[in-house]
Design a protein. Structure first.
Length: 296
């Protein structure tokens, strides 16, 4: 120890040089593995590009939606690239075994899965919707409190344009797990309206007048034929349900057809002299109640 209290130690430059030489020597020895690993990864990269193109062409020939083509092509490419990266790492670092890599990926996959659970649910639901095609772009659907036309089906969500020209973004997991009504699934669609006639009126005459009135309306198909059924014996009228079919089955046609049918029914029943009563309340006064005399 010196007078200042510090101990001076000599630096062995020979040890430093030897360590540096060992590092460069190990790098030089591992250089072939690095080159081979890079070559292996490039081969898998080229393979992923080719296979993704083939998958896209196969899906296109099968008539699958463009969104499904892109999703499956990208998933295929990323899967091959991930596998190629694992192979390249085992080549560059021989001490790393495939078992240890897959084990680390398994733990990491569980963590990522919990962190991005909602995203993965929507992703999987989007792929299933694009593959099974319960509805397509241009269809008019009803989901929960939302109704409108499907304008696009993305991997994460479906875009729905409402009839008042707004866009609703609905997660695909909700559309896949909850009830969805497709109004335009078939060529024809059945609609119905209700009309009340008086109890003294003839149901047969009312039925004949209604069927004759709506038979020639535009947009009303004749096969299946319209029908008029007694739906309810109400408090002040007999409720008739008028069923008819329209084509095409979209919202615009449905609104116009319903307007024309109701107008034609009103005109036909009025012309036939058939009463369409409105609610009537009868007030009975008890003569024994002194308040009844005061109200007269």
């Amino acid at each position: 120890m010196t007078g200042s209290g510090f101990r001076q130690e000599s630096v062995d430059f020979g040890d430093v040089i030897e360590r540096v030489e060992n590092i460069f020597s190990s790098l030089f020895l591992s250089l072939p593995n690095v080159i081979i690993g890079i070559v292996v990864f490039l081969i898998f990269w080229a393979l992923s590009w080719v296979v993704a193109k083939l998958v896209g062409l196969a899906m296109q020939r099968a008539g699958r939606p463009r969104g499904l083509q892109m999703v499956l092509s990208r998933l295929t490419a990323w899967s091959i690239l991930t596998f190629g990266l694992l192979v390249a790492l085992t080549v560059i670092f021989p001490t790393i075994t495939p078992a240890s890599l897959f084990g680390a990926l398994g733990v990491g996959g569980v963590v990522i899965g919990f962190a991005f659970r909602d995203i993965f649910q929507n992703l999987l639901a989007g792929i299933l919707i694009l593959f099974t095609r319960p509805f397509r772009i241009g269809d008019q659907i009803v989901s929960e409190n939302h109704e409108g036309e499907v304008v696009d089906i993305l991997v994460r969500a479906t875009l729905l344009r409402t009839y008042d020209n707004r866009v609703v973004v609905i997660p695909n997991s909700e559309l896949y797990t909850k009830r969805v009504v497709v109004n335009t699934a078939y060529e024809n669609r059945r609609l119905s309206v209700e009309v009340g006639i008086g109890y003294d009126e003839s149901i047969a005459d009312a039925r004949a007048a209604i069927l004759e009135a709506i038979a020639t309306l535009p947009g009303i198909v004749t096969d299946p034929t319209p029908e008029v059924l007694v739906n309810l014996l109400g408090d002040f009228s007999v409720i008739l349900e008028v069923r008819f079919w329209i084509s095409p089955p979209d919202r615009r046609e449905a609104v116009e057809a319903q307007d024309q049918v109701l107008e034609a029914i009103k005109r036909a029943l009025t012309a036939a002299g058939i009463e369409m009563p409105f609610p009537i309340q009868k007030i009975m006064l008890d003569p024994r109640d002194p308040r009844s005399e005061d109200s007269l």
